[in-house]
Design a protein around this ligand. Structure first.
Ligand SMILES: [Mn+2]
Length: 394
């Protein structure tokens, strides 16, 4: 390929054209190849599935692969577990981690589109072994990271379609889904993708300072609305929705009215303090599992006191302590869950990665509990051991 002709900076030429350099560059672009880009598009569609039907651009995959969007991508995996580029190849794994980098549903502080990146990066600080739990996720769990859903910034409904399609794909492979949000609007499309794969009702255990049960907010299905729409799904009844940690000065009364009318269960931070972690776990499991075949865990990181999680959309003082929150999710996981999401981690508002670190812990502690109780870990990761990060010598 011949080099494009360089700009002529001669005084005559400059005198001739004010846009001399601009004109040259405009012509030069035509000479650049786009072969590698076309290959990338084909690879993305082959490995990341074609996008949801609602998308106009048929070159966009369901799972982001390659350069765009820039807030997604192959930039290190969760706990350095193996990355699986071809999402058709996840059937051997027991757990698939994937990001849903969406913050179009945010009504105050944005930035959760960077949540998956932030949480994955924070896991660099952790090993795969937990001392007091006696679990080593590298040894005991066949876990893979399949990258991020291709979210469509500025279009909640198209992004929801992408997320539901991605979740449905993971469920169709009989793999336990772990979703890294994203703002809490993803709670609706994740349940919508999962529910058809549950042969019966699904319960939801929801940690949050906020009820998130109103129908619309700012005229859209924002992050304040997922449980209104999720509990409209036939096999996700609102009476199996248990909300833990609710309270403070950010509770929209519209959502409270819906919860009251539909019979959801709300437990406040005060309730946790009064009856204790064990009793809350027992009651939450009993209510969520009542007549259900599966229970999904949706954990909004803002349920933890804002002093510990500055990097979130609606920080609310007075929440749970980190050790209470971790004990609660470990106990819930022991009782059985079929999938989980961690939402509302917003790295641009974070300090010293505190919020990302605790978000990662919520996932790791949940998985460790599932392994300890034999719910996961039935497919040991022997075949993939060499694909993990630095392996300790002997
Ligand atoms: Mn919240």
């Amino acid at each position: 390929m011949s080099e494009p002709t360089g700009p002529d900076y001669s005084p005559e030429a400059l005198e001739e054209r004010v846009d001399q350099q601009g004109h040259w560059a405009q012509q030069a672009e035509e000479k650049l190849s786009d072969r590698r880009w076309q290959e990338e598009v084909e690879r993305a569609l082959a490995y990341g599935l074609p996008g949801a039907d609602s998308l106009t651009d048929k070159n966009i995959p369901t799972f982001a692969r390659g350069e765009i969007p820039h807030f997604s991508g192959e930039r290190g995996t969760f706990l350095k577990c193996p990355y699986v580029e071809d999402v058709h190849q996840i059937g051997d794994a027991e757990v698939a981690i994937f990001g849903a980098p969406l913050d179009a549903g945010t009504t105050y502080r944005p930035g959760t589109r960077f949540g998956p990146q932030g949480i994955r990066r924070a896991t660099n600080l952790f090993g795969t072994y937990n001392y007091e739990l006696g679990v080593d996720l590298r040894e005991q769990l066949n876990m893979v990271d399949i990258g991020d859903i291709f979210a469509i910034p500025g279009n909640l409904e198209k992004s929801f379609d992408q997320i539901s399609k991605g979740m449905a794909h993971v469920m169709s492979q009989n793999v336990f889904p772990v979703v890294l949000g994203g703002d809490h609007s993803i709670g609706y499309p994740t349940i919508r993708g999962l529910a058809p794969y549950v042969d019966g009702n699904i319960g939801i255990i929801h940690f949050d300072r906020h009820v998130d049960t109103q129908e619309l907010d700012l005229d859209e299905r924002m992050h304040t609305t997922p449980w209104f729409h999720a509990t409209d799904i036939k096999n996700a009844p609102p009476t199996n929705l248990v909300q833990i940690g609710i309270g403070g000065w950010q509770a929209p009364r519209a959502g409270v009215k819906v919860g009251r009318a539909r019979g959801t269960t709300v437990m406040t931070v005060g309730d946790v303090e009064r009856v204790g972690v064990e009793k809350i776990i027992e009651t939450a499991l009993e209510l969520a599992w009542q007549g259900a075949k599966a229970v999904y865990l949706s954990f909004d990181i803002d349920v933890i006191d804002s002093g510990f999680v500055p990097g979130t959309g609606w920080p609310e003082p007075g929440g749970l302590l980190p050790r209470e929150a971790l004990a609660l999710v470990r106990g819930i996981a022991e009782g059985g869950i079929s999938g989980m999401e961690i939402v509302e981690c917003s790295p641009p508002y974070d300090w010293a990665e505190q919020t990302s670190l605790i978000s990662a812990r919520v996932v790791m502690d949940t998985l460790a509990s599932l392994v300890r109780t034999g719910q996961l870990g039935k497919k040991p990761s022997v075949a993939r051991k060499d694909a993990w990060g630095p392996y300790p010598a002997s």
